[in-house]
Design a protein around this ligand. Structure first.
Ligand SMILES: CC(C)(COP(=O)(O)OP(=O)(O)OC[C@H]1O[C@@H](n2cnc3c(N)ncnc32)[C@H](O)[C@@H]1OP(=O)(O)O)[C@@H](O)C(=O)NCCC(=O)NCCS
Length: 160
């Protein structure tokens, strides 16, 4: 599958919201927060400090996105906030292509390390494996962070 990565645009918002709402890993509260980050990145002034990229297939259909930004008060640490690929298009390299494109943009902007946080719950098994397979290293595991039995796991990748 040929995948094109480009800047996220306002015209993508409806398709993006549909992806968020149909991603079983995200609960209603997470969808609201994700939309705030995405709306911030769509404001072309860059005031929010959030950036987003879109993936589309060979028919130019929007199939996924990634949002990221510099960590305030650090010299070169960047966070990857949200990453999601439409369910029927998962497993064809789109997630990896989005991650790689974001890492390149971060490095071009002077970033030297990328961080991703996720939950330790079983429903995120596939997501955590995806990060490890894309060279992210688990550097922190905080038990019961999100809720009893739901740890926060932090992954890091040194860029360049
Ligand atoms: C995590 C997520 C973004 C990955 O996206 P994806 O497009 O499926 O990712 P890829 O296709 O690059 O990789 C997924 C798997 O497909 C495999 N794959 C990659 N290219 C492939 C191809 N051409 N053919 C077959 N399999 C392929 C990869 O090896 C990978 O295997 P793994 O799960 O054992 O690591 C996606 O599963 C998703 O949206 N999940 C729900 C939301 C979520 O958890 N987001 C992250 C938290 S914000």
């Amino acid at each position: 599958m040929a995948i094109k990565i480009r800047k996220l645009e306002k015209k993508d918002k409806a398709a993006l919201t549909e992806i968020l709402q149909n991603t079983p890993e995200f609960n209603a509260g997470e969808v609201i927060i994700a939309e705030e980050v995405i709306d911030g990145s769509l404001d072309n002034t860059n005031k929010s400090g959030y950036y987003s990229l879109a993936a589309e297939n060979e028919e130019e259909v929007f199939i996924g996105f990634i949002s990221y930004g510099p960590v305030p008060m650090t010299q070169y640490a960047w966070d990857i906030y949200w990453l999601s690929v439409k369910r029927e298009f998962q497993g064809h390299g789109t997630g990896a292509a989005l991650l790689k494109a974001a890492e390149e943009k971060i490095a071009q902007a002077g970033g030297r390390m990328a961080f991703i946080e996720t939950s330790g719950k079983a429903q995120y098994d596939k997501t955590r494996r995806f990060y490890v397979n894309n060279d992210y290293k688990e550097i922190c595991n905080i038990p019961d962070f999100y809720a009893p039995g739901d740890a926060k796991i932090i992954y890091q990748k040194i860029l360049g």
